[in-house]
Design a protein around this ligand. Structure first.
Ligand code: G4P
Length: 536
């Protein structure tokens, strides 16, 4: 078994243009999964096969290993959840992989949505024993809404799980995506014999004794012709495969590129089985960066002057000193450290000096980067989520989508002397997109409403207000159940007719708040001309 994998296919038209060649060998993707499906494990294993982790890593305890790939905040560690996204970058067989982590919990779907704006494809990771779990469906829907290619990896095939045909049916019915198997497991769930690579027509034998730690497992690959026959497991797999063939679920790269079909691979991250095939599939099927559409609907060619999109801002990642990291997805041109760019929102110039790539907690300084890469700019006080930075002719990318809040609390400052810290903390959290801060007429409101899609967002917000800004807050529950984005004209009518409660978000977007779905539906029915949008 080789560990080099196939090199990324570079578009022949890019040959001879160094920037397009560099962009062409980038694969920028995220892994989306339910907590516990094995995202941390597979991330480690992808790094291992990408040879970004050496075997010395295997002596670390699991907790420590976990810390290398995520878990920046105490809260994450205490709750065992991943709140903040990490960007990992490594090179494999001439391909530069940018792997963006996403929080597993659906309460942080908005973070996932932002990450989706920065990637060109995503891997959906599913636990073979659980299928797509209700709480995670939302995360997958968010990924699907972007229309980017999705590759599915069914993990934990080394132990009892749902029958593979059933899993495919399940993916098709819940995600409305046509699954096409690229590999197929042989053996009863829990008694895996190996997987058939349906395209290479060979069989990868599963070795239960394979090292589960951080060592590359070499898989025994047998030609399908000489694979053992007669065994019950083989008979079942052959039957299943002929059923699949009859159903016409054939692999169609065009349908994958359009985001209507998902290739499916089976494996086991813990035992390093099928991971290399996944990495090879990402390199082969995940697309390289393509021109991004700007606010005037014009695609920005990759080779034009530098432009980037801020998709994430994270403050105070390092508790030892206050900092503010803005993560920029490079959309066009070459990035050189120290370059001067303009922030399209403010029109102000800024110098991208302290740019870093991230490997878990460790940062390394990045001197240059290309479309598809992510750079973390340290200390960028001027940058907010959704900002466009550019060189040359003025340019702006469309604002990042957000989800309408569904949960609301009211916060009060418990200590009047800390008024400044209270407002600074709220401004900071709003700029990072941690929560929506909704106030009366957008002004300074002593009791603003915080909106989000999940309660954990509030926990993160109040915890950070206390630990980073030293403000104690009092939290009150509210009766609001849903919010819809509206415009000034509709807001005026609703205000005058007392049809809904109006609040303004820190970026000026106006929301109508409702105490029940019924109240909202009745208003939509009675006043269909009002603007009430779900995506905001
Ligand atoms: P997450 O980041 O998605 O939350 O999942 P994580 O990788 O932490 O994996 C969750 C649990 O599932 C871990 O077990 C991990 O070892 C296990 N796991 C991951 N991939 C596989 C697989 O392919 N097969 C099997 N059988 N298990 C797998 P744990 O008991 O929670 O942690 P630990 O005791 O292993 O540290």
């Amino acid at each position: 078994m080789t560990t080099s994998g196939p090199p990324a296919q570079i578009d022949p038209a890019a040959k001879g243009n160094p920037l397009l060649e560099e962009a062409g060998r980038r694969r920028t993707f995220a892994i989306i999964s339910h907590p516990d499906a094995g995202k941390t494990t597979i991330t480690e294993k992808l790094l291992l096969y990408g040879q970004a982790l050496n075997e010395a890593g295997s002596v670390q305890g699991r907790q420590k290993r976990k810390a290398t790939t995520s878990d920046w905040m105490d809260l994450e560690q205490r709750r065992g959840i991943s709140v903040s996204s990490t960007v990992l970058r490594f090179e494999h067989a001439g391909t530069v992989i940018n792997l963006l982590d996403t929080p597993g919990h659906s309460d942080f779907s908005e973070d996932t949505l932002r990450v989706m704006s920065a990637v060109d494809s995503a891997v959906i990771l599913i636990d073979a024993a659980k299928g797509i779990e209700a709480q995670t469906l939302r995360l997958f829907e968010v990924a699907r809404s972007r229309g980017i290619p999705l590759i599915t990896f069914i993990n934990k095939c080394d132990r009892p799980g749902i029958e593979p045909l059933e899993l495919l049916d399940h993916i098709e019915s819940t995600l409305d995506l046509l699954p096409t198997a690229l590999t197929w497991p042989v053996g009863e769930p829990g008694d895996l014999k190996g997987i058939v690579d349906l395209r290479e027509k060979n069989f990868h034998e599963f070795e239960r004794s394979a090292p589960g730690g951080l060592a590359v497992a070499s898989e025994t690959i047998i030609d399908l012709e000489s694979a053992p026959d007669g065994e019950a497991a083989w008979n079942t797999a052959t039957e299943e495969l002929s059923l699949l063939e009859a159903a016409g679920h054939e692999f169609d790269p065009g349908a994958v590129a359009e985001g209507i079909s998902t290739p499916v691979l089976f494996g086991s991250a813990l035992t390093n089985f099928g991971v290399e095939l996944l990495l090879d599939t990402v390199i082969e099927l995940a697309p390289p960066p393509s021109p991004r559409i700007d606010i005037t609907d014009t695609p920005r060619p990759l080779e034009s002057e530098f432009s980037g999109l801020v998709f994430k801002v994270q403050a105070n990642m390092d508790p030892r000193h206050r900092d503010r990291n803005a993560f920029i997805r490079i959309c066009s041109g070459k990035f050189d450290r120290g370059m001067k760019v303009v922030n399209a929102r403010t029109g102000r110039p800024l110098t991208l000096n302290y740019a870093s790539g991230t490997f878990g907690r460790q940062r390394e300084t990045i001197e240059e980067a290309y479309p598809g890469d992510i750079v973390g700019v340290v200390g960028a006080a001027d940058l907010q989520v959704g900002d466009t930075v550019f060189q040359g002719q003025e340019l702006r990318y469309p604002p990042l989508p957000t989800l309408a809040p569904e949960q609301f609390i009211r916060v009060r400052n418990a200590d009047a002397r800390k008024h400044k810290q209270f407002t600074r903390a709220l401004d900071q959290l709003a700029e990072e997109g941690v929560i929506h801060v909704l106030t009366q007429d957008g002004g300074r409101d002593p009791m603003p409403i915080l909106g989000g899609v999940g309660r954990l967002q509030f926990e993160v917000a109040t915890e950070r207000m206390e630990t980073e800004f030293n403000v104690q807050v009092k939290v009150d529950e509210t009766d609001w159940k849903l919010a819809r984005r509206t415009d000034e004209e509709s807001a005026q009518e609703m205000r005058e007719g007392r049809l809904a409660e109006l609040r303004t978000r820190s970026d000026g977007v106006v929301f109508a708040l409702f105490t029940s779905q019924f109240q909202h539906d009745r208003l939509v029915r009675d006043k269909p001309h009002l603007t009430l949008d779900h995506m905001v």
